[in-house]
Every structure is written in C-alpha cells, then in structure tokens.
Ligand binder design. Structure first.
Ligand SMILES: [Zn+2]
Length: 86
C-alpha cells in the first residue's frame, strides 16, 4: 500500500494556481504604483508564488516570437495557464 504524502487535491492546486496568478498581478500593480515603501517582502512573496506555479502547474507551453525592436524578435516559451517563462 502506497503512502500518499500529497496533502492537496488537484482542485486545491488549481485554486491555488489561480490565486497565485491573481496575487502576482496585484503585487505587480503595487510595485508599479510605488504605493509601498518596503518592497522586499512582497518581491520575495512574488518569487515564492512563481516557484509554486513552476512546480505545480500542469504547464501548457506556448512558443511565441516577441518583437525586441523594429528589426529583431526573440523566441520565448511560456505557459498559457500560469505565464511562467522557460
Ligand atoms: Zn504553467
């Protein structure tokens, strides 16, 4: 009999992924608006949310070419669900 160490159901994980994406957007908004004096903790939180997404999302990788400037474009790989880049 295998011992199940996964304490979260896949529904929990899906919900946490959605929450993490929303929180990252929110944190980006705060940083952009410069409403906070102390960014260190929320930047750390954002990095931890990104790590959580990277480890737990069932990534759907998209390959895209983005324009760097008028002449050059750069190929990127990103997840359409969690927006992690690879
Ligand atoms: Zn993903």
């Amino acid at each position: 009999m295998s011992h199940n160490t996964n304490i979260f159901s896949s529904n929990d994980i899906d919900h946490m992924i959605k929450l993490s994406i929303g929180l990252i957007d929110y944190i980006d908004g705060i940083i952009y608006c410069k409403k906070q004096d102390d960014f260190l903790n929320i930047i750390t939180l954002k990095q931890e949310l990104r790590s959580f997404l990277l480890a737990n999302c069932k990534h759907d990788i998209i390959i895209d070419d983005i324009d760097v400037d008028a002449e050059r474009s750069q190929r990127i790989h990103y997840c359409s669900k969690c927006f992690s880049t690879f």
